[in-house]
Design a protein around this ligand. Sequence first.
Ligand code: GLN
Length: 448
Amino acid sequence: MTLKEALALPKEEVAALREDLKRKIEAKKELNAYIAVDEAGEGVPLLIKDNIQVKGWNVTAASKILQGYVAPYDATVIEKIKTAGLAPFGRANMDEFAMGSSTETSFYGKTLNPHDPERVPGGSSGGSAAAVAAGVAIAALGSDTGGSIRQPAAFCGIVGMKPTYGRVSRWGLGAYSSSLDQIGPMTQNVEDAAILYDIISGHDRRDSTSADMEYTPVAPNLNPDRKLTVAVVDNYIKEADADVQSAYETAIRALEAEGHTIVHKEMMGAKYDIAAYYIVATAEASANLSRYDGVRYGRRAEGAKDLKEMYLKTRSEGFGEEVKRRILLGSFVLSSGYYDAYYLKAQKVRHLIKDEFEKVFEEADLILSPVAPTPAFKFGEMADPLQMYLSDAYTVGVNLAGLPAISLPIKKTAAGLPVGLQLIGRHFDEQTLFDGALSLERAVAYEH
Ligand code: GLN
């Protein structure tokens, strides 16, 4: 059942739907997509990534350090979904503090890809994506700092959308990298994504980076018949693997058949994006995560002799290896002596990346790009952290530039793995993004 259908159900049937969902979750428990099946309210069930505050829930960001923490308030997006007749239903598994691309770093164990249990569901919103793909969630909320909605959506064969920075309130989202983070919808199809996006969007005074502008809903105005100009990034495709290239060709042919105009572009190259992103994101993360000290939130280590030892033990025991690596890297790039060489330089590169996108958007309404260089990889395959970081090459630039983008499934590989591609739009032009995505979705007719 789609989100659109579920929202149209009478109240009694919503109750039955919730019971049915619980049975399905139990039957597919081995996926480990849910950290817990908590409930808040009685509306249409919506799966919530475990870094979004839901009042009364033990929200942990899949970290040991937040064991025992109880969220004292609802995030703005949670208030909004409740008003719209939805209810938070379940805490989705994720990479610890949203740091990762595979959901392997969760304190609660890995989530399996429903298409192949030996492969990752992507990350960091891997639980959300796997659950929607396996039919154990109708739709979900994820968060995207450098691809964490779009990449798991692509690996699991669902739709995932990252809004323009400032469009959706971050109030109540566990901060990873505050200048990059956005909450967004993860759904079975493009129309559901538009519906959920409308529900969570709009200005919020409690988030100072929230855009103070009039909000016009996109779902009631969806128009797949508009003729658009779509830029394809040739050099990105040359580097990607054969399955991704094949999906790209399929998508281009489909867009042309729908009457869209294709223009070919080269872009500076994802390698700059990765370097800039992993400096900015870790710098901000090192500051944001300093609040987990054993005093204010969650778990405190036992047996410390004094305050300093308590901090040390709490953070040593509470954070996983990847989170520690990033705190160290972030503290390093911000330290005096290295600040100019790394952090300041990364900020300058960030401007160049933004300018490059703007240049392409002078000619094109949308950009078509890969989401990841390959379909879902195997567990343990990316044991080298740097290799894992490099696989984010096509998604992080969008966050650095603050642009909206949507990942949708295009076709399956011979082995049955989904391959997704993303469309990227202009700032605050989500209408065109969804119109183009709907047109592409119809033209490729992906079989789930
Ligand atoms: N994989 C990227 C990272 O590890 C993106 C994560 C995200 O978007 N939260 O930082």
